[in-house]
Design a protein around this ligand. Structure first.
Ligand code: ADP
Length: 263
């Protein structure tokens, strides 16, 4: 009996060890895939616009384009692409900080309503340009424990996306609250919804939903190309706070919900 029991226990240990090994392999595979996606993304989203900029700069230098309107347009496109690439480099840096576990969060009590007001003020010009209504709930704003710059980044990324992927004359609604054990923040838009199979993949590096490849998404000069790092950064920052972020479809759009552990 003793040897049977020992054998059984040992068998269970082996089984548990096998499950752990499987989980570790899964994690490694996920990280490896993330790295490959990142390399593919860098080569597409940095090299493609670089090649375009080089061609435009050459055309200007060689005098191939002379017409003043075209010359102005080339200069403008080079500037827009340069700005976008600077943003991509910042995002890449942020994501590598997150992935390396090198984030230093200085947690403090943050009145979420104030932080969201600031983010709304920064997004207002972009929303106005596309005639999108930005609406914030009047009450229910909790105080959360978070690192202000990182939380501000999360809110800014979600708001900018909501404005960007919502067709003109749409609405973006921000609200927040508190329930058992956590505080939540919701950013809902009228983007028309995202295909269900795409929902879990939105937070992956460089994933772009087919549905969102519409003319109203700017993405600089690479519309239809790979997606960016915005939501991967959102997920990384939220998880670094011990929280989680989800997305689901609502009546005529989608809704991102961030949950942070209660103070
Ligand atoms: P990017 O916006 O540069 O593509 P993100 O990581 O921020 O990178 O977003 C990934 C994809 O998720 C987008 O390309 C788009 O397809 C989809 N998406 C993100 N936010 C929204 C939103 N608020 N409404 C609809 N689709 C969205």
């Amino acid at each position: 009996v003793v040897s049977l029991a020992v054998g059984w226990l040992f068998g269970r240990r082996l089984a548990t060890a096998a499950v752990w090994a499987d989980q570790a392999r899964d994690r490694e595979r996920r990280i490896e895939k993330g790295r490959r996606d990142l390399v593919a993304w860098v080569s597409h989203d940095l090299r493609t616009p670089l090649a375009g900029m080089r061609a435009m700069a050459e055309a200007l230098e060689d005098g191939v384009v002379r017409d003043p309107a075209t010359v102005r347009e080339y200069h403008r496109r080079i500037r827009v692409e340069t700005d976008r690439m600077s943003q991509l480099v910042d995002d890449l840096f942020e994501l590598s900080r997150i992935n390396a576990g090198a984030l230093r969060l200085s947690l403090t009590a943050v009145p979420l309503g104030d932080l969201v007001s600031d983010a709304l003020a920064s997004t207002a010009p972009m929303a106005a340009a596309r005639r999108i209504r930005l609406v914030a709930a009047e009450s229910g704003w909790p105080v959360v424990t978070a690192s202000p710059p990182e939380l501000a980044r999360v809110v800014a990324n979600l708001l900018v996306n909501a404005v960007r992927y919502t067709p003109e004359d749409g609405t973006v609604m921000v609200s927040a609250g508190r329930d058992a054990g956590s505080a939540w923040l919701s950013v809902a838009d009228t983007c028309g919804g995202i295909p269900e199979p795409d929902l879990p993949r939105l937070f992956d590096v460089a994933f772009r939903s087919e549905r969102a490849r519409t003319p109203h998404q700017p993405g600089g000069g690479t519309a239809g190309g790979a997606g960016g790092l915005g939501l991967a950064i959102v997920r990384g920052l939220v998880e670094a706070h011990g929280g989680r972020v989800d997305v689901h479809n609502i009546r005529d759009g989608c809704r991102f919900v961030v949950r942070l552990p209660a103070a």
